[in-house]
Design a protein around this ligand. Structure first.
Ligand code: ADP
Ligand code: ZN
Ligand code: MG
Length: 498
């Protein structure tokens, strides 16, 4: 049977605030267990939590970037349940007045061969505190509360997605967005971004089905695999005339299947009530202005702009915009090339080719992530100068690559290096003619072969042999002879002797 599927995601992101959301403890991953704790985040009696304004600001930045509106007043509730990783027995969260409400995200792209273009509505974004971490070791469990009280933003979508591929793209797009904003590192393996995926299926036109929640997915791939597995499993259930049980399941990455975890509690089980110790937050004009000021151009519109403004193709735009630092580097390099009189689109094309091949390779080799390109010794201005020299035929492609190596090693300008090493392209016809004569003296037979090939009308062979001779001329000049002039001179020499 054909079914319609409905997918809604709940994504939790760790905000990159220096301190926790309701106390002054350090917020960091990987510290010695139980060193970043205090009576407030441990929930001792009589302590008073206070809201970290940075958490609220970052949360609002995400909300606005997801086209949500920020309400006039937003407050916190206590969500009550017992769990050993939460000493207070309640979590401070938001229920009735989330800081971001009713937004949307436009999904656009290709994933798993699917062309995706869809608007996904965002139900809300709310701020809460994270719980501690349980580490199971044999028959005992250890507790590390460093994470307890860390700022967590939960982003909840409406059930507007239909396939695992769409959900995966949503996560990837969201991850890029929060990294662009600088509010989350997006590291799914370390749990800085994790997703719960809700999915139901139903007969077409019958609306939402009974949902199953897949919890704690720590990679976008598992989101896709888990959801597609569930859609299949639920379909087989309905085909067999059974009803799907509303429950929470986990993705088992070793068996490639979802497995039951628990039946789901309802909102009323949590007995939410307003947190009495934290005042209602009414964002004033100054706060809202500070949120707006911190916003940046998001990856999706930036990609579109790169295509129209710089003439990149969509694959290039996608790769360049993967990291904000890299997209910034690209634009700065193009602008520097413009200052040298290069035409924008032509400069952009040169620069994007360098970025996506040689520079990418060098960054990898030197262990610099693309996000760290801002500290790369080959600065945008330096790359621009090199690209400019190349396009004006002042240096050969081969020597340009060597120049990049030297610029990185010596932290100096390409122009200076090229001058010093004598790597400028030789364009003086007399000097090139001298080199051509040298090659002729040694490789006379090849010149004869080219002539024979031309006479026989074997164009391919004559071209191959000519390229070989040009290579020899370059060799004789340490890669400095202008290959175009060398080729012309070789051609004339052969024609002259025909
Ligand atoms: P709960 O109270 O169980 O947490 P919510 O209404 O808060 O449920 O929704 C949680 C997530 O589940 C949201 O992303 C929402 O879009 C999604 N969702 C809700 N109902 C369904 C359904 N029937 N099928 C698929 N997804 C659903
Ligand atoms: Zn604390
Ligand atoms: Mg919910």
């Amino acid at each position: 049977m054909q079914y319609q599927s409905f997918i809604g995601l709940e994504v939790h992101i760790h905000l990159l605030t220096k301190t926790k959301v309701f106390c002054g403890c350090r917020s960091a991953f990987g510290d010695e267990p139980n060193t970043n704790i205090c009576p407030v985040c441990m929930g001792y009696p009589g302590v008073l939590p206070s809201l970290n304004i940075e958490s609220m600001r970052m949360g609002c930045m995400v909300a606005k970037s997801l086209n949500c509106h920020i309400p006039e007043k937003t407050w916190f509730e206590r969500k009550q349940y017992f769990y050993p990783d939460m000493t207070k027995n309640y979590q401070i969260s938001q229920f009735a007045s989330p800081l971001g409400q009713e937004g949307y995200v436009d999904l656009e792209g290709v994933n798993g061969g699917q062309q995706i273009k869809k608007r996904v509505r965002i139900k809300e974004c709310h701020l809460e505190e994270d719980a501690g971490k349980m580490i199971h070791s044999g028959t005992a469990s250890l507790l590390d509360y460093n994470r307890a009280g860390v700022s967590l933003l939960e982003i909840v979508t409406e059930p507007d997605m239909e396939t695992g591929e769409e959900a995966e793209l949503f996560i990837q797009q969201l991850r890029r967005t929060v990294r662009y904003l600088g509010v989350c590192d997006g590291n799914m393996e370390e749990g800085s971004l994790r997703a719960d995926a809700n999915v139901s299926i139903n007969l077409p036109g019958k609306g939402l089905g009974r949902k199953v929640e897949i919890k704690n997915l720590n990679s976008s791939r598992f989101v896709r695999l888990g959801l597609n597995y569930e859609i299949q499993r639920q379909g087989e259930f309905l085909d067999a005339g059974k009803t799907v049980v509303q429950e929470t399941r986990l993705w088992n990455e070793n068996r490639d299947q979802t497995e039951p975890m628990r039946t789901k509690e309802n909102a009323q089980d949590y007995r939410y009530f307003p947190e009495p110790d934290i005042p209602v937050f009414a964002p004033d004009a100054e706060f809202l202005a500070s949120v707006d000021k911190a916003l940046v151009e998001l990856p999706a519109p930036r990609m579109k702009r790169f295509i129209s403004e710089y003439g990149l193709n969509s694959e290039q735009a996608d790769l360049v915009c993967e990291e904000k630092a890299q997209a910034d580097y690209f634009e700065e390099a193009v602008s520097e090339a413009g200052k040298r009189g290069m035409e924008k689109k032509s400069a952009a094309l040169h620069i994007v080719n360098w970025l996506l091949s040689d520079i990418k390779h060098l960054l990898n080799r030197d262990g610099i992530a693309q996000a760290g390109i801002g500290n790369f010794k080959l600065t945008p201005a330096r790359l621009a100068s090199l690209v400019d020299l190349l396009s004006r035929g002042q240096v050969s492609g081969k020597n340009a690559k060597q120049t990049v190596e030297a610029a990185l090693k010596e932290d100096r300008d390409p122009e200076v290096i090229i001058k010093e090493k004598g790597w400028e392209l030789i364009t003086d016809p007399a000097l090139i003619a001298k080199a051509v004569q040298e090659v002729y003296a040694k490789e006379g037979a090849v010149f004869e072969d080219v002539r024979a090939a031309i006479t026989a009308g074997n164009e391919k062979r004559s071209q191959t042999l000519t390229a070989f001779l040009v290579g020899k001329v370059l060799q004789a000049t340490n890669g400095r002879a202008d290959p175009k002039i060398a080729g012309e001179q070789i051609g004339e020499l052969i024609k002259g002797s025909v």
